[in-house]
Design a protein around this ligand. Structure first.
Ligand code: 13P
Ligand code: SF4
Length: 325
């Protein structure tokens, strides 16, 4: 059965206890919910595992479930499918894409790669499976610096698709990787002016940022890291106030882990107070319930693409294990 437009209104009785129903379906179907930190708080609360891109890939690889419901965006669900071709991978909303992945179309990237025949291709996991298939090793914000440093200094490297993360790695490692000109719409719209004002209002606050932010923003950060690294930093820090420069979903876990600390989401350069990823936020508990009930929308990929995209992901997982990540 294919779900029609308006199915949510028809299917969902407002009196339904979605937490109870979703937990029942998970058990009945041997399904797991893997969720990224940028999901809404209620989705994080019902997930079996919450993590950053590396953690989610590692969890997907070792999953023994029959069904993986991926509460994140399309490229993340693709990675889960590539690592589990025989499992059913569901995504609550197939339209949950990613501006960063969209900024790197495969045909143009293949031409760019052809212009640099002596370079190896290191690619941020936030890209489509077609781009992964053109890459030598995938990286995430958790392992990127270590993976880059595992290659000799003289090795020429193309880094795609995030120019901000690429510039940050170049600075940290002293490399000169050739960067693809892509970026994340969420991390690029933090307002420098509002950040400076916020710092003046909260001089005691530690500023922490995701490396997808622009260099001028990162210059203000006392700590830079992946979502998991930012969360761990706030748990361990003796400080009690943090200005957080990443998508606001992560604040749920920060607040849960440190209820007595204060987390201030840094504002974007528009009229919104918070910086939400519109793609991540397409997922809802209602859509998760329907997806588990009807086992769709299912993420489908050709065997040949799965095979070509798997090698660079496997290489990343192997290197991460070597680094103890
Ligand atoms: P990490 O959770 O791996 O830090 O990535 C952030 C992100 O932008 C995911 O879309
Ligand atoms: Fe893509 Fe940025 Fe949203 Fe992450 S936060 S899914 S990189 S648009």
């Amino acid at each position: 059965m294919l779900l029609e437009k308006g199915y949510l209104e028809k299917e969902i009785d407002p009196a339904l206890d979605l937490f109870k129903e979703i937990n029942y379906l998970k058990k009945k179907k041997n399904a797991v919910i893997l969720a990224h930190y940028y999901q809404d708080a209620d989705i994080q609360d019902i997930a079996d595992y919450i993590g950053d891109s590396l953690g989610l890939a590692q969890e997907a690889e070792k999953s023994t479930a029959d069904i993986i419901l991926f509460a994140g965006v399309h490229f993340m669900a693709e990675t889960a499918k590539i690592l589990n071709p025989s499992k059913k991978v569901l995504i609550p909303d197939l339209k949950a894409g990613c501006s960063l992945a969209d900024s790197c179309p495969a045909t143009e990237f293949a031409a760019f790669k052809a212009q640099h025949p002596h370079h190896i291709v290191l690619t941020y996991i936030n890209c489509t499976a077609d781009i992964k298939a053109l890459s030598d090793v995938i990286v995430t914000s958790t392992n990127a610096v270590q993976i880059v440093e595992s290659f000799p200094k003289e090795q020429a490297i193309i880094f795609a698709p995030d120019k901000n993360l690429g510039a940050y790695i170049n600075k940290k490692t002293g490399r000169n990787m050739v960067l693809w000109d892509g970026s994340c719409m969420v991390h690029e719209i933090f307002s420098l002016e509002k950040l400076v004002k916020l710092k003046l209002q909260h001089p005691e606050a530690k500023v922490i940022a995701h490396p997808e932010c622009e260099e001028a923003i990162l210059a203000h950060a006392e700590f830079i890291g992946s979502t998991t690294a930012l969360l761990n930093y706030t748990k361990k820090s003796a400080d009690s106030t943090f200005i957080v420069l990443t998508e606001t979903g992560i604040l749920h876990q920060m607040q849960k882990a440190s209820p007595h600390k204060t987390f201030i989401p840094a504002p974007p350069n528009n009229s919104c107070a918070c910086n939400d990823c519109p793609h991540m936020k397409l997922n809802t508990l209602e859509k998760i319930y329907i997806a588990l009930k009807y086992e769709q929308p299912e993420l489908l990929m050709s065997d040949s693409l799965i095979k070509r995209a798997k090698a660079p992901i496997a290489k990343m997982l192997e290197l991460s294990a070597q680094f103890g990540l």
